[in-house]
Ligand binder design. Sequence first.
Ligand code: LLP
Length: 419
Amino acid sequence: MDHFIYKDGKLHAEDVDLTEIARAVGTPFYVYSAATLTRHYKLFTEALSPLPHQVCFAIKSLSNIAVLKLLGDLGAGMDVVSGGEYRRALAAGVPGDRIVFSGVGKTREEMRLALTHGIRQFNVESEPELLALSEVASAMGATAPITLRVNPDVDAKTHEKIATGKSENKFGIPIAKARAVYALAATLPGIKVVGVDVHIGSQLTDLAPFEAAFQKVAELTLQLREDGHEITRLDLGGGLGIPYTRSNEAPPLPTDYGAMVKRTLGHLNCEIEIEPGRLISGNSGLLVSEVIYVKEGEGRTFLIVDAAMNDLVRPSMYGAHHDIVPVIESTADRQDYDVVGPVCETGDTFAKGRALARLEPGDLIAFRSAGAYGAVMASEYNTRPLIPEVLVMGDQFAVIRQRPSFEEILNRDSIPSWL
Ligand code: LLP
């Protein structure tokens, strides 16, 4: 469920008319609903209760500081994968002890940053990383709380570019090797083992792969305890999928996920940590764009819009589907369109042969489910400025990221004196 609905024939974000935002900020832009973000976060906390738990929002899916503040104020922790994301979490007022640091390539500098300002735990992904962290932490006279991210060799049955739990993927420590690496961790200065971490992929639409992975984590936890480690926390990663179309069979709900977590891990007396991104942010955002031209091609009609692959790369990168709806509700005949952007690549295509009520230049359309991996993956390819982000709460809206001016963009480059 989201809070983007038609009222008086116009698509609204909560109580705000999207045509009003378009007039104020210009197109294209991203718009997020505070009510939807809040609702989705709470679905997880409710699903995991009464187990002790912490939901750490995966910032990589939507990292605007205003959104992080909204979720942080509700009690969310944050899952970060870079020093930049760590700084965003701090800037949003989230305390270090609610921030977990994931990722296969943490640098020493990033480790120092997190140890200086506070960290809930590092999810360590390899032996060399573990040794580096021990070195950095002991040199600072600090102790780094860690989990090891284990790779359970489970097929997440999702798009190959976002599956992470198979042995051929770069992520985590093979589960068969985990006991040996935990034994090493226990001997290292500056390291304190607190738990186990697993994340098998993104946009999972079936609970079975999660369950298979969590069962392996449960077995490992018992073995590790026998080996003398104090395992008090299980980080289960993110990955629960969302419905991208209204017609599709809906993926499992957070309540189903929560029940499965309780069934497989509830007996272990651990604090459960999860790192959802997409389920919280995905259906909380739209990308709004204006039709520039309607171009008749050979046997097809191109709808050329002012958003492009640099603004929302998911369709060209993963062949992802985003529902497209008109901002002004229409009863006009439907027609098949190839919906494309102005970037000079054939891959700059949002949809092929998509049936939409007839549109004219100047009409506004909205791409649904664009809150996750939308703005965060945008670039300035073709020197198209990053587009604004807008947050709506009730009947209020605010620009939470400005569109940069061309002057700002051009001033980032410099011409050497010798040229
Ligand atoms: N935790 C870790 C360690 C992750 O690598 C990820 C996502 C998450 C949590 C959050 O997963 P989520 O709940 O959002 O599925 N750009 C791609 C998705 C990449 C996901 C990367 N890792 C897309 O647009 O589909």
